[in-house]
Design a protein around this ligand. Structure first.
Ligand SMILES: Nc1nc2c(ncn2[C@@H]2O[C@H](COP(=O)(O)OP(=O)(O)OP(=O)(O)O)[C@@H](O)[C@H]2O)c(=O)[nH]1
Ligand SMILES: [Mg+2]
Length: 465
């Protein structure tokens, strides 16, 4: 408890100093998250480029009030800066390529000079509004659920998850140890490694709700003792025993890893976008879709007012009041199918909402492509005209036209078999392939081509500019 109080006090002081600029200039903090490869880096890069050069943002109404948008040093000295320039040059170079994967939190500040709207426009001058964008791994979001669990509760759930994803190696490693014997470090390390490997296996198979998130994405904690534990079935835990020590490390993980993350990043957000590779889940099959639905419910719980209430009030958390769930990489589908992808994402959110007992932020679902890598055309195939997308394949570098299959009009045709644990889709697989980014010629004032990034910006930002 004292630790918590001290936390709250230092944070209070930090706020005072950070607050100096904020008194004058309003700041909006936007969290961008999603599982690895969901499209966070491409999203932030293209969003920022399209907010600076707004030629392709007709649906972003605040655009007409913005005089300029420019990058500034970010407010937090200890958080790595989002490497905007390098990512943008990767995407827009002569030989464009996707940016490298990122493994930790990063941040970027974009500032706007905005003319006031409406009646006040003549009375007030141009004001400055800061947009702080925080990129953090979705894997870490699920860790918030650990705060309210004991080691035994977490172990039970974690072990059940592994069994259902068939991660038998860890079971064997676990059975080979005596949890009541005195702790010996190599054994603890071996278990942690084996558990981490099992998590990776489960994730590759389509599992989403896997904790601790740092085991999958350690960030700067790679190899540290805070990550050297693993779940064990309940039982006796004599002083100094393996089980007792594992439980202690689990508690240390909560207080030294999860809570600081929550305090420094999550608790300060105003708006949140959750990027979901819905098409990727479709490609992997019904189980992956069901995982995504369950995970959305978990994510919504994290944003529910009152969740971790004690922590929120101690840390003076702001409340996220808008939450966007965006299905990414929509350029894999002809636009004729985008409404169906959105309906599917909406249905996933609605379902998760009801299960998460959620009555909090405004939520919205959307299909977007942060960087459009394809063009649309119609191809004749066996006497039928098919709406396809054409692009350069990432695997071979060759041009290919893709017809991924038709999404059903009614999302329940996807969600029901997913919920019922079907092994495969009734109407066959969705044939999706990765495209390389297309070479671009940008005219002055234009950002990179996208799909509905202006709509996403409208929902997330426009009312605050
Ligand atoms: N076609 C298409 N592919 C995309 C788009 N956005 C992302 N991708 C693909 O998805 C991959 C991952 O995108 P990133 O933005 O790096 O994803 P991330 O969430 O930052 O991934 P990590 O940093 O590894 O967690 C890219 O390498 C592309 O292959 C898009 O708008 N269109
Ligand atoms: Mg990234």
């Amino acid at each position: 408890m004292i630790g918590r109080m001290a936390d709250a006090v230092t944070r209070g002081v930090g706020d005072l100093t950070a607050g100096v600029t904020e008194v004058f200039d309003p700041t909006l903090r936007l969290g961008v998250t999603g599982l690895s490869r969901a499209g966070k880096t491409v999203f932030i890069t293209s969003l920022v480029a399209n907010l600076i050069d707004r030629g392709r943002m007709p649906g972003f109404t605040a655009g007409s009030r913005i005089e300029t948008a420019f990058l500034q040093p970010q407010p937090d000295d200890t958080v790595p800066r989002f490497d905007y320039e390098n990512h943008l040059s990767a995407l827009t170079s002569r030989d464009p390529h996707w940016p490298e994967g990122t493994r930790a939190v990063s941040e970027l500040r974009l500032s706007f000079k905005v003319r006031p709207a409406g009646l006040l426009s003549g009375l007030r001058g141009v004001r400055t509004v800061h947009l702080d964008i925080v990129d953090y791994p979705g894997e870490w979001l699920l860790d918030l659920g650990l705060m309210e669990k004991t080691y035994d509760e977490w172990s039970e759930r974690a072990l059940a998850r592994l069994t259902s994803w068939n991660a038998s190696d860890y079971e064997a490693a676990m059975q080979a140890v005596d949890a009541t014997a005195p702790l010996d470090e190599p054994t603890a390390q071996k278990l942690a490694r084996s558990y981490t490997a099992a998590l990776h296996l489960a994730r590759d198979a389509g599992a989403y709700d896997l904790t601790p998130g740092r085991f999958l994405l350690p960030g700067d904690l790679e190899g540290s003792p805070a990550l050297t534990f693993a779940p064990l079935p309940p039982g006796e835990a004599p002083r100094g025993s393996l089980r007792r020590e594992m439980a202690r490390r689990f508690e240390a993980y909560k207080s030294q890893v999860v809570r600081p993350f929550f305090r420094d990043h999550f608790a300060r957000l105003d708006r949140q976008v959750v990027l979901l590779d819905v098409l990727g889940a479709l490609r992997r099959g019904p189980r992956a879709v069901e995982e995504m639905r369950a995970a959305m419910a978990d994510i919504l719980t994290a944003f529910r007012p009152g969740t971790l209430g004690w922590l929120m009030s101690l840390l003076g958390a702001r409340r996220v009041d808008r939450l966007l769930f965006a299905a990414t990489k929509a350029d894999h589908l002809h636009h004729g199918q985008h409404a169906r992808l959105t309906a599917l994402t909406e249905a996933l959110v609605r379902d998760a909402r009801s299960r998460a007992d959620f009555a909090g932020a405004r939520t919205r679902a959307m299909s977007i492509a942060a960087l459009r890598a394809t063009v649309e055309e119609t191809r004749e195939h066996q006497g039928v005209d098919l709406p396809v997308v054409r692009g350069r394949l990432l695997s071979t570098g060759r041009e290919a036209a893709l017809y991924p299959g038709e999404l059903p009009d009614d999302p329940s045709h996807i969600l029901n078999p997913a919920r019922q644990g079907a092994d495969a889709w009734l109407d066959g697989d969705y044939d999706l392939m990765d495209f390389a980014p297309a070479p671009l010629t940008l005219r002055p004032g234009e950002g990179p081509p996208h799909i509905r990034l202006d709509r996403a910006a409208e929902f997330l930002l426009a009312d605050r500019l």
